[in-house]
Design a protein around this ligand. Structure first.
Ligand SMILES: [Cu+2]
Length: 242
């Protein structure tokens, strides 16, 4: 397993360099303590996809050349053992799927049953609203909306993109939190998404989806990732970890 993680680590660095070159952002620099393993698995999947695409394209071009009608020397009978090929690519594809499944078990456990989940310092309810808002409710019963002026001690942060003010959710670094993602009754479905923390969870009325979070210091902007209606674009929020 260490060989796998070492080579995917190297490949992950390569992909990060390529995405940075293309001007794309990558989530693997995220501050969440539980997601790097998952990002690595995603990288592994991307790498395998690229390799397989390469093999398929290579075979496609080779066969087009070899069996071209203009190629007088082509022997079109019995040269391709189809049974062997069929068994080969079926077993090969099955092996890849099983390998990816096994490789993703650990990282998935890390997200939903992380080590230290028994040491949750505070559980915070995050509720998506009918009015296109996010409400943070704390164990002591206090609550506020991410897009209201009545946040924690009234502090607000300006979003550079739209110039509006938002009330941050303040978390302490190195502390384990459980966010319970849900939505108000009769609300549309929303999705709680913080790119730089690699966290995303659907917010559905009557359902509580847990996110365990232990993050590095930083300011992390998030948004609703489920097209929920006319004011979907305004469902920004910010998590400040310090
Ligand atoms: Cu939305």
């Amino acid at each position: 397993m260490s060989v796998i993680s070492r080579s995917t680590g190297r490949a992950a660095k390569f992909i990060l360099a390529v995405t940075a070159f293309l001007g794309l952002r990558s989530a693997s620099a995220g501050g969440s303590n539980f997601t790097p393993g998952f990002v690595k698995t995603m990288m592994l999947q991307i790498i395998l996809s690229v390799v397989i695409l390469g093999i398929v394209l290579f075979m496609l071009i080779t066969f087009v050349k070899k069996y071209n009608v203009k190629n007088e020397n082509a022997n079109r009978e019995g040269e391709l053992n189809e049974t062997k090929f069929e068994i080969g690519w079926t077993l090969g594809a099955a092996a890849i799927v099983i390998f990816l499944f096994v490789a993703s078990i650990g990282p998935t456990q890390q997200i939903y049953n992380p080590a230290g989940m028994d040491n949750v310092e505070e559980t915070i309810r995050v509720t998506g609203g009918r009015d296109f808002s996010w409400t943070f409710t704390f164990e002591n019963g206090s609550s506020y909306k991410a897009n209201s002026a009545k946040g924690f001690n009234g502090t607000q942060i300006r979003n550079e993109g739209n110039g509006r003010m938002y009330s941050p959710l303040y978390l302490k670094s190195g502390v384990m939190y459980k966010l319970e993602i849900t939505a108000e009754d009769n609300s549309q479905i929303h999705s709680f998404f913080v790119f730089d923390l690699s966290i995303k969870s659907d917010a559905v009325p009557g359902v509580i989806n847990p996110i365990y979070l232990q993050a590095d210091p930083g300011t992390y902007w998030g948004t609703c990732a489920e097209l929920c209606g006319s004011l979907h674009y305004n469902m920004l929020f910010v998590i400040v970890v310090r």
